[in-house]
Design a protein around this ligand. Sequence first.
Ligand SMILES: [Zn+2]
Length: 270
Amino acid sequence: MPELPEVEVTRLSFADRIAGARILSANLGKPLRWPLGCAPQQLAGRVVRGVRRRGKYLLIDLDEGLLLLHLGMSGSLSFARDLPAAGVHDHFDLVTTQGVLRLNDPRRFGAVVHAAGESAPQALKLLGRLGVEPLGDDFDAQAFHAALRRRHAPIKQVLLAGDIVVGVGNIYASEALFLAGIRPTTAASRISLPRARLLHAAVRDVLARAVAKGGSTLRDFSNAHGQSGYFQLEAMVYDRAAEPCRTCAAPIRRIVQGQRATYYCPRCQR
Ligand SMILES: [Zn+2]
């Protein structure tokens, strides 16, 4: 599943190249998770102003309105001057004067949704409940601690919920909690300010490193399908059950929280 770093790497790979392009046509394949919300021919003539990211959504700003794009479970984007004819898993082509943006999505949990603006109901429905951006200036350690104090659920699940801070997926949550020395089962409300500061820094560190690694491996974006930044990171705990901790050599433990696997070191994380 594409996580925040992969979505950010995807954005960086085509945002500059599509900016300023005029849309010639939008071509739909099989239905995605949600309908486009406008007739595709309505998009023709619109100009792409730029591409932003909010959580795991890409926001393609047009001179009128915007497109919200989500990669779902298995989506990937390519942007190129020339692409072969749309294949069986290509479900959205945005043909522009500067190239074709194509969504390939075998499982079709992804979506492209048109909205008149960021405060239009179609956009609010998707973006309205998202927490702050982990890599942005609004993600503040003290406010993070204050928000955690109001949650009694285990910290791992509070991170995954995405309403305090967005984009900390399963892998990154396990890794950040290891770096901060916090056991994933700890009630969020019981985490002290100094430990919340460590976790805040760890979340930013893990995500920023994944973006940097992903960015350096995706030079040719037309070959980006299936590549994931996090595969480049050397995990400290994730998917390392029973293997020795890289810090203290204790065997890494695997537990299940909310149907998701969690990995931690019983000695380094308290
Ligand atoms: Zn350890």
